[in-house]
Design a protein around this ligand. Structure first.
Ligand SMILES: Nc1ncnc2c1ncn2[C@@H]1O[C@H](COP(=O)(O)OP(=O)(O)O)[C@@H](O)[C@H]1O
Ligand SMILES: [Mg+2]
Length: 526
């Protein structure tokens, strides 16, 4: 590789201020050629031995390059343009290192003002040490001030490195303004308070030029696991940018009344999953992987697999996004479709739409999750969502909705039926909760014959995907889930799957098996 090319790769002080977009264009694959490639010059090709190659991350090369993002998520993180981005997952994926590299492009600008925090001083030390290895090489002439705990580039860009332990610590930043804020190991903060407060410090007179960025990295687990998951992971399919939501209500955050942009969504968030195998610096030798593999199952899933869904006492620990979540696709018109609903006005209403694949496995292809919606409005919303669906063969609804709840008019179920949103009652017999749970376990299992689970969720069903792994077992009755948890979509799912006859070819028993769907409710005939 020529020196010219190599220079281009350097994030050094000789470069003009590099915008995010510009940074994105410099793909890592173009930056470095570590082995024989079709584009290598003949001379280079000759010098590379045909026998097992030297370690691909040769230190000499690495020293010259200063910093080169690992292909995949690390590059994605460093080139992302959303306001708030979380890079999270397996330990050792290169998250903290990427966090250190992220402000490098801005430090060359005189107006750059960044803040990188860790939860405690000890953890901060470690990060400062890493920055001392990287920064002087990446930004020649950059100075570290121990007293101010701050990097100052020759052009005047500044980056504070600090700790933020107690919520009260945020007052240190009152009145300050930053255009880049990073939190390393975000789940160490027990609540979103510090993150939310620091968002108010994110402003700059040069915002148009510098951009405004909040960046976080973390492993799953830790005391802040749940709020971080709600803020960054649950609202959208992995990697896809989404409009920021209120983590309590799940609704998009919008500009307030009276603002010139009233009603418009505020800013975007994005989650980028990390895996140990993205980081050749650690994955190569396998030692670190072996260490992570020796951890107890719970930690192993979080730290090695970067799994956000493991919870102590979870009712469905077998649920696994990698297996049970699929990219959306158009359901073929000849597949049977139906829906299931658990209604709650004050709490939540959950509706799921299911399609039956030719191998009898089920696909949850749509969900609706809402609160404070009357039965008749719900009927309209459902019919509206189904406009393009073709035939919905039947719907199954919590049977208690046929009770007249003290008032005289038609029951809620009847109100919906009258609107043309037709339902039949769910099975509410004794034992139906437990058999529904068992049926869901069976569906989540990998079928020996097809080698696929018998139930999958399209990634767009974000609420169901968030809810299912979070449902705890009932401590007094481990046969069932804890009914005090948020379980409306789970209940809808349970009603839905219980309307399908069991059928794997191994279960097949011609004496008991009904082929296809049979009308179960003679009064409605479907
Ligand atoms: N792009 C990179 N270039 C050089 N070294 C890297 C790179 N990414 C990661 N590393 C190395 O891998 C080590 C582990 O990465 P780190 O960022 O600490 O992982 P995590 O924060 O995800 O646990 C780092 O200390 C660093 O030495
Ligand atoms: Mg780290």
């Amino acid at each position: 590789m020529s020196d010219d090319v190599r220079k281009q790769l350097l994030l050094n002080g000789d470069l003009p201020n590099v915008s995010k977009k510009r940074y994105k264009r410099s793909k890592p694959s173009k930056k470095i050629e570590l082995g024989p490639t079709p584009t290598a010059s003949p001379k280079e090709t000759k010098t590379v031995p045909a026998v097992p190659m030297a370690a691909p991350f040769d230190t000499e090369v690495a020293q010259d390059i200063v910093f080169q993002p690992n292909a995949g998520p690390q590059t994605e993180f460093l080139s992302s343009s959303e306001r708030e981005v979380l890079y999270g997952g397996a330990a050792g994926g290169g998250k903290s290192y990427a966090m250190l590299a992220d402000p490098l492009h801005g430090l060359n600008s005189p107006n750059f003002s960044g803040l990188l925090v860790r939860h405690t001083t000890e953890e901060l030390r470690e990060l400062i040490q890493k920055s001392q290895e990287l920064y002087p090489r990446a930004v020649p002439g950059i100075k570290w001030s121990e007293r101010k705990s701050q990097w100052i580039s020759p052009r005047g860009g500044r980056l504070w490195m600090s700790y933020l332990d107690k919520d009260m610590d945020v007052t240190r930043y009152q009145g300050q303004a930053f255009n880049w804020i990073g939190f390393d190991e975000l789940t160490q903060w027990g609540s979103p308070y510090a993150w939310d407060y620091m968002r108010s410090r994110l402003r700059s007179a040069q915002a148009a030029e510098l951009g405004l960025y909040m960046r976080a990295t973390t492993n799953p687990g830790g005391i802040g696991h749940q709020w971080v998951k709600k803020m960054f992971i649950d609202p959208s399919p992995l990697r896809e940018p989404f409009w920021a939501t209120n983590i309590e209500t799940g609704e998009e955050i919008r500009f307030p009344k009276g603002h010139s942009k009233e009603g418009q969504p505020l800013f975007k968030r994005r989650f980028i999953p990390a895996s140990l195998f993205d980081n050749p610096y650690l994955a190569e030798s396998g030692d670190y992987e072996a260490m992570l593999m020796s951890l107890p199952e719970h930690s192993r899933k979080q730290l090695l697999e970067g799994n956000w869904d493991v919870n102590e006492g979870a009712a469905f620990p077998e649920f696994n996004r990698k297996i049970h979540v699929v990219d959306p696709y158009k359901i073929p018109t000849n597949w049977t479709k139906f829906r299931a609903c658990d209604y709650g006005y004050g709490s939540h209403t959950g509706v799921v739409w299911l399609a039956v694949a030719p191998d009898e496995s089920l696909v949850i292809y749509r969900e609706l999750y809402c609160s404070k919606v009357t039965a008749t409005d719900l009927a309209d919303m459902i019919l509206d969502a189904e406009k393009e669906d073709g035939t919905i063969r039947y719907g199954v609804l919590d049977s208690s909705l046929w009770h007249n709840r003290g008032d005289t008019g038609p029951s809620l179920a009847e109100q919906m039926n009258m609107k043309g949103c037709r339902w039949r009652p769910s099975d509410r017999s004794k034992g139906s909760r437990v058999s529904g749970k068992n049926e869901l376990h069976r569906r989540l299992q990998i079928d020996e014959f097809t080698e696929k689970p018998r139930l999958v969720f399209m990634s767009t069903c974000t609420n169901t995907i968030a809810q299912l792994p979070a449902i705890p077992l009932d401590k007094r009755n481990p046969e069932d889930v804890d009914t005090n948890s948020e379980d409306h979509l789970y209940d809808a799912l349970r009603y839905g799957i219980m309307t399908r006859p069991r059928s794997s070819i191994w279960d097949f028993n011609p004496a008991t098996q009904r082929s296809g769907f049979q009308a179960a409710d003679p009064s409605f005939g479907y």
